[in-house]
Structure formats: structure tokens, C-alpha cells
Design a protein around this ligand. Structure first.
Ligand code: PMV
Length: 324
């Protein structure tokens, strides 16, 4: 039977995390490590899932029970994405979905959003529905909110549109930015962070000290707006400085860790324009903005500080069909 395979890029947030959950903009870049999602129709009236990298295979449920009962965490995003898709477009057909990824779900490259986008886009292709990017965004973002209750949708946008985006909460702005010459070094801290836990931590602080946190978010918003201009001007020195300020605010929010701070400091000492954590914090990755001739020495310094260097290219294309 016909099988559709698509691929979806991972992402890194350059600036604006956390503030973007509360109506502010961020800048996000799609990366070259991708997730593959294959989908095919099957005769049985079931949904079957194989998440190869998670050692989670042959998970199966009757179509009538999708989204009902306890869903294992490995299946949540795929199952709810399929439920949202089949309910909206009145599809009743058995399907088997297989996911594989170039990147581990541990490092914060956006595997949950990539699965949601992958399932919706591949199912749309399989059933011959020419969905627009915004229609895919709306359904995949709904999936993220259904599963985790909160989130800005920046990762969903990166997975769909690719490149570099100036993005505002819920996709109210999704603006591609030209960022040729953006050179990043990525260091993984070795600690898996839980995005929802970190968002809840910030929410807790907001409840105790709303005006203080609001002020931090307003300041981050200014940094992101300035960074957008500096990026378009290719003024990397300035972008780096703005990233450093953004990191200071993330430390004020309490989401950085000692390990991330050590890696960030090492990168700056080794000559990076700027460095900061990327994502929710609490672990995952840090990023350093570098001139091409500083890439090696900054990489060594981050590795020396205990980080694991992850080699990626930025500005990867968004979701695309791999076979037809
Ligand atoms: O942890 P990550 O890489 O998924 O990034 C989360 C970024 C937040 O702003 C904290 C959440 C969001 O949905 O924007």
C-alpha cells in the first residue's frame, strides 16, 4: 500500500524563551538534524505506532479508542495529533506510523513538536488533503496544548517553516529572517530538562512576584527586537552581546544551571561573540555565537567545560515530503 515518508527539522531557540509563552516574540532556528515520519494505510481498523528511537514498537489501539484512556508518554504526541487530524477531516482508516530521528529526544531539539507536525503533514499527504502551512500549524499547536497544557508553538513553527523565524506566541507573527552567516556552536549539558516543569517553575515565580517577572519579560522583548535588527544587519558582535544580556535575564528567572553557566562562560572566554542557554533551561543545550575562525577553539572550550558538542547546520528547510 502507499506509504508517505516526510522529514521534519529539529530546532534551537536563539533568544526569547519563556517570555514567548506570555505574548512576547522570540527568534528560533531550524537545524539540520531531522525526524522522519512514515505513514501508511492498513486494513485493520487500528492506529499502530513504531517509535524506533524510543524502543517503542507495535503500540496499537482501535481507531474508536484513539485519545481515550491512559496513553504511554512515547505515544502521546503522535496519538493526539492523529486524533486531531482524523476528527477535523472526518477520516476513518487504519494507519501505521513509524518515527525515526537523527537526534535524541533527550537534548531539547523539539522532538514532541516534530512528531505532531510529522503526523499531521504525512497524514494530510496520505489522504490527499492540501493543507496550508498555517492549517498544519494550527492543528499541531492544538496538539501541543492538548498534551502539555501550555507552550508558545515556536517549535511547531520551526518544524513547519524551517529557516530562522521571528515568532510571536501562538503564531500571531511568523516572519522568516535572512540569517546567512549565522554560526553557532552547540553544547549539550548532559542533563535532560523537562520543558513543562521549567514553565511551571516560572509560572510559580509569576504568582509570587508578577511585576518583577513582567519586567524581565518586557526587557527580553526589547532584546529580541534589537537582535532581529542586528541579525538582519549581520552585526554578529551585537547579536552576541544581546544574547549575553538575555542569558542574564534567564539566570534572574532561575532557569539556568551551574553546568550551563560554566559552559557559557568557557565559550565567551574562548572568544564567542555571545552565549546562552537555549530552550526551557534546567539542562539541555547552550549555544554560542561565533566567527567562523573561532568555531574550533570555542568548541574545545565547551567540551573542556564538560559539554558535548553537537554538530548541526542552521537554517534547515521545514517539513518536506521525502517520497511520492
Ligand atoms: O525546552 P524547549 O527547547 O522546548 O524550549 C522551551 C521554550 C519555552 O519558551 C520555555 C516554552 C515555549 O513553548 O515557548
Amino acid at each position: 500500500m502507499r506509504k508517505i515518508t516526510i522529514s521534519v527539522p529539529g530546532k534551537l531557540i536563539l533568544m526569547g524563551e519563556h517570555a514567548v509563552v506570555y505574548g512576547k516574540p522570540c527568534i528560533v532556528v531550524a537545524v539540520s538534524q531531522r525526524m522522519q515520519v512514515a505513514v501508511e494505510k492498513i486494513d485493520e481498523t487500528v492506529f499502530r505506532l513504531n517509535a524506533i528511537d524510543l524502543d517503542f514498537e507495535n503500540y496499537q489501539k482501535p481507531l474508536t479508542e484513539i485519545g481515550i484512556g491512559e496513553i504511554p508518554k512515547e505515544a502521546k504526541f503522535a496519538e493526539i495529533a492523529l486524533l486531531n487530524f482524523t476528527s477535523k477531516y472526518k477520516i476513518q482508516s487504519g494507519v501505521e506510523i513509524t518515527t525515526r530521528s537523527d537526534f535524541s529526544a533527550q537534548i531539547g531539539f523539539g522532538s514532541s513538536a516534530a512528531v505532531a507536525v510529522g503526523v499531521i503533514k504525512s497524514a494530510a499527504e496520505l489522504f490527499g488533503l492540501p493543507l496550508s502551512q498555517k492549517e498544519i500549524f494550527n492543528l499541531a499547536y492544538k496538539t501541543v496544548l492538548d498534551v502539555q497544557g501550555k507552550g508558545s508553538g515556536f517549535d511547531v513553527a520551526a518544524a513547519i517553516y524551517g529557516g530562522t523565524l521571528y515568532f510571536q506566541t501562538g503564531g500571531s507573527i511568523i516572519e522568516p529572517l535572512q540569517t546567512n552567516g549565522l554560526n553557532l556552536v552547540i553544547g549539550y549539558s548532559g542533563v535532560k530538562a523537562d520543558t513543562v516543569t521549567m514553565m511551571n517553575q516560572v509560572l510559580g515565580k509569576m504568582k509570587n512576584f508578577k511585576s518583577g517577572i513582567d519586567e524581565i519579560f518586557n526587557n527580553i522583548e526589547k532584546l529580541v527586537s534589537e537582535a532581529k535588527i542586528a541579525i538582519l544587519d549581520k552585526d554578529w558582535q551585537r547579536v552576541g552581546t544581546l544574547m549575553n544580556y538575555n542569558q542574564n535575564y534567564l539566570e534572574d528567572l532561575g532557569v539556568s544551571t551551574d553546568k550551563l553557566n560554566i559552559m557559557i562562560e568557557a565559550a565567551i572566554k574562548a572568544g564567542a561573540y555571545g552565549a546562552k542557554l537555549s530552550g526551557a533551561g534546567g539542562g539541555d543545550c547552550m549555544i554560542a555565537l561565533v566567527a567562523p575562525n573561532k568555531k574550533l577553539q570555542v568548541s574545545y572550550a565547551i567540551a573542556e567545560a564538560g559539554g558535548q558538542i553537537i554538530n548541526i547546520n542552521v537554517n534547515a528547510p521545514g517539513v518536506k515530503v521525502e517520497n511520492l
